[in-house]
Design a protein around this ligand. Structure first.
Ligand SMILES: *Cc1c(COP(=O)(O)O)cnc(C)c1O
Length: 487
């Protein structure tokens, strides 16, 4: 093991220091300026290392990480996108980053304009009347949207409507948000291609249904061609349609949820519009609604006045009230705004088609070696059911781990639950043909290795810092300090 791969406590040497304090001012050990009563009795157990030790140790650690900045990230149902560095720079402009949420509206006109224009841009991309940008994440947007749904029925005195229909392929946050919103979850079955089974849906539609939550393209990346029929069935039964727009790239410029009959939706700015995500934040989950639901949106809202200036308003009695402190995560909104403007009205129309082309290119280039359970063109992502030839016992997990040896992040594995060996791939629109070809070559190589040298694939990865961690153990009994590890 190299010196700087060790734990920082293991490279510690008694007396080694990474700082120097002027002896004349603070005493020889730099401590005498601290009153005796505040001094601790015993020195803390800290590693004793030089500045160079610390810098090398942490720089080496950071190089062991994998990120979109280091390589291709084909994770499905979780768009990891190109994050233009200029967006970060814009989001940290002191004129915006230094604002205080309690400043007078006259002094924050630029920020309000940005909020308003982003809201307008999302409305026109989604085909919905108005957005609130206040929710902090996708799941928070779902909760907000479902509260709008509940409020709509409540205001009409329709108190029986407590059920939300959720497909069995839905993202886990959908049923969870419905429960948190105080609604009851009813599952609707999918057909083998992942689309909603209309015959299974019909008997569920009665006067207790508040609405349905779905996404289109569905979790298998297939477009729900019967969406107009589904929408009219749900509307006839008195329910509303909620669209999970966490990953909007397959649609951008081509189809709009509002035109498909959806009444409420959320968008993850941190998946579709360039903010890096992972590790839990920061995020932003704007919620859009059709015209009849605008007054129910949470407050505060930003409006444009007749004289062209911007103001903050608090909705009346019909509104949900507040769902966040002030206006949500403003920095994330700035990056989304910059991304949308830098693509522009014309280029944004290419996002959906390019994401779709890239996904189909990979799918068609690998389908002889991996099992494709659903035929036909996909949208932005697709799912293999493991290797086509499973006779040597190499699993999806083994394939995913072997990819790490070749410098690729693994695709999403074992989701959706429709297949035993799901391997879900989403390249996104921003990758070059060369990168897609490299990935295809490696996927083909791994499939051939699995047939000819299966043990090699089962032992992978062999080039990474750790190989087969006990994931359950790490989650259940995390060891968070050096002391705990030594105990
Ligand atoms: C990521 C995701 C969510 C949840 O978004 P968060 O910001 O992680 O709360 C919801 N639905 C789908 C389809 C997603 O991919």
């Amino acid at each position: 093991m190299k010196e700087y791969d060790k734990l920082i406590f293991e490279i510690s040497k008694p007396g080694r220091k990474g700082y120097q304090l002027p002896a004349d001012k603070y005493g020889v050990d730099g401590m005498s300026a601290i009153p005796a009563g505040l001094m601790r009795g015993e020195a803390p157990e800290l590693p004793e290392v030089s500045e160079l030790d610390v810098v090398r140790h942490y720089t080496n650690l950071s190089n062991k990480n994998f990120g979109v900045d280091t390589g291709f990230y084909p994770l499905g149902s979780c768009t990891m996108k190109y994050n233009p560095k200029i967006n970060e720079e814009l989001a940290s402009l002191p004129a915006f980053a230094g604002l205080h949420p309690l400043q007078d509206v006259k002094s924050v006109q630029g920020a309000l304009q940005l909020y308003y224009e982003l809201q307008q841009a999302l409305s026109s991309l989604a085909g919905l009347k108005e957005f609130t940008l206040n929710p902090y994440a996708g799941a928070h947007g779902e909760l907000t949207g479902l509260m709008v749904m509940r409020q709509y029925h409540k205001l009409r005195g329709d108190d029986k409507r407590t059920k939300v229909i959720v497909p069995d392929t839905a993202h886990g946050t959908n049923p969870a948000s419905a429960m948190v919103a105080g609604l009851e979850v009813v599952e609707v079955k999918s057909r083998p291609n992942g689309s909603i089974d209309i015959e299974d849906l019909k008997p569920l539609l009665d006067d207790t249904v508040a609405g349905i939550m779905m996404t289109n393209p569905n979790t298998l990346g297939m477009f729900e061609t019967e969406i107009m029929e589904i929408a009219s069935l749900v509307h006839e039964a008195g329910g509303l349609l909620y669209y999970d727009g966490a990953n909007l790239n397959p649609m951008l410029g081509k189809v709009r949820p509002g035109d498909m009959g959806f009444d409420i939706m959320h968008i993850n700015l941190h998946k579709t519009f360039s903010t890096p995500h992972g590790g839990g934040g920061p995020g932003s989950g704007p919620v859009g609604v059709s015209e009849r639901l605008v007054d129910l949106l949470p407050t505060p809202r930003v409006v444009k006045l007749d004289d062209g200036s911007f103001d903050v308003v608090y909705n009346g009695d019909e509104s949900l009230g507040s769902v966040s402190t002030f206006f949500g995560n403003f920095g994330v909104m700035m990056k989304a705004y910059a991304y949308i403007l830098s693509l522009g009205r014309d280029n944004i129309k290419n996002v959906g088609p390019m994401a779709t082309l890239n996904a189909n290119y990979i799918k068609e280039s690998l389908r002889d070696l991996y099992k494709l359970p659903v035929e036909g063109p996909c949208k932005h992502e697709f799912v293999f059911d493991g290797l086509a030839d499973k006779s040597t016992g190499v699993t999806t997990l083994n394939v995913a781990k072997r990819l790490l040896d070749f410098g690729f992040h693994a695709p999403t594995i074992y989701f959706p639950l429709l297949f035993h060996e799901s391997l879900m791939i989403e390249p996104t629109e921003t990758e070059s043909l060369e990168t897609l070809d490299e990935f295809i070559d490696v996927m083909r190589k791994v499939a051939i290795e699995a047939r000819e040298n299966p043990e090699l694939v089962k032992e992978a990865p062999v080039t990474t810092a750790i190989s087969h961690p006990d994931e359950t153990g790490a989650a259940k009994n995390p060891i968070l300090s050096y002391k705990a590890m030594k105990a």
